[in-house]
Design a protein around this ligand. Structure first.
Ligand SMILES: Nc1ncnc2c1ncn2[C@@H]1O[C@H](COP(=O)(O)OP(=O)(O)OP(=O)(O)O)[C@@H](O)[C@H]1O
Ligand SMILES: [Mg+2]
Length: 281
């Protein structure tokens, strides 16, 4: 078999797809089909299944440390892995907030706090998020509007054995979701979509979509992500703040178009094997 034209896709761990198992698996399958149409032999596997690190072209939605370690070994042996294991690890919240600060990504003020700390809440409205993974259950992200709520939330994390949390200031404005594929350092040349979250109220602050695009790609570059999605708040003055960025989301609303953009990007990466640029401060 022509190994240059063979690639392996790895699904997200089920525990990391709360409410999104079908959408997560659908985007993998759509990308697999789009790569097949481009002449690749594609195999899809679960993160738990033993996978051959000899496969030189790997695209992944998985997030757990153990599988990222195996992917890192594959990368050292010359495999192309998209997103890279390092970029996926960088989405762990404590790394993300540090990289955002280091690269001046417009993001809410955030700090790491021990869940058994007795310090007062850092802002009048504060979001409390587990320090490592993105939400795998609803109580992983809690809003505290009062001092009591802050201490109760810390206590809940401590009782679950989660030693640290990210405390993040509340940003008022309109929530938007965005998706992107970072193929080029020329931000406007990249595939990008955004939309308002259907379940959240909207104030309708006007803004330049190009500002949101710049902020989203700056966030992705800070972490080294190529395939990404996230959440931003459009503030009353139109400036966006990036509250969250994830590696390879479900792209549910734009699945077909995203699959084509991702497959084009992977074809380029697997055939030409260029290094992807990460921001340097
Ligand atoms: N700093 C903030 N300011 C305002 N709203 C926030 C802030 N942080 C989080 N939120 C709200 O909480 C939601 C979930 O937060 P976040 O995106 O960080 O967690 P998540 O685990 O990725 O959850 P989801 O999968 O819903 O995006 C956001 O979409 C947003 O509506
Ligand atoms: Mg999010």
């Amino acid at each position: 078999m022509n190994t240059a034209k063979t690639c392996r896709g790895i699904y997200r761990e089920l525990a990391h797809s709360p409410g999104r198992i079908d959408d997560d698996s659908a985007i993998m399958k759509s990308v697999g089909e789009a790569l097949t149409a481009r002449g690749f032999h594609v195999e899809l596997a679960t993160a738990d299944a033993a996978f051959e690190t000899r496969c030189t072209n790997i695209f992944v939605m998985c997030e757990r440390g153990a599988v990222l370690d195996r992917l890192k070994t594959a990368e050292k042996d010359g495999s192309i892995v998209v997103n890279s294991s390092e970029a996926i690890r960088n989405t762990y919240r404590h790394r993300m907030i540090e990289l955002f600060a280091q690269h001046h990504v417009p993001a809410p003020a955030s700090q790491i706090v021990a869940s058994d700390a007795s310090k007062p809440r850092p802002a009048a409205g504060v979001w409390i998020k587990r320090y490592d993974f993105h939400a795998t259950q609803s109580c992983d992200v809690i809003y505290a509007a009062s001092e009591d709520g802050w201490h109760e939330a810390l206590d809940r994390f401590a009782k679950r054995g989660i030693p640290f949390i990210i405390a993040q200031e509340h940003v008022a404005g309109d929530l938007v979701k965005f998706y992107g594929v970072r193929s080029s350092t020329e931000v406007m040349a990249n595939w990008f979509e955004w939309f308002y979250h259907r379940d959240k109220g909207m104030l309708g602050h006007s803004f330049e979509a190009s500002s949101l695009r710049q902020a989203a790609f700056a966030a992705a570059a800070a972490l080294g992500l190529e395939i990404f999605g996230g959440d931003a708040i459009i503030q009353p003055d139109g400036d966006p703040k990036i509250v969250d960025i994830n590696a390879w989301p479900s792209f549910a609303r734009y699945r077909d178009r995203a699959a084509q953009a991702i497959a084009d990007h992977l074809t380029e990466r697997f055939q030409r094997r260029p290094r992807i640029v990460t921001s340097r401060s």
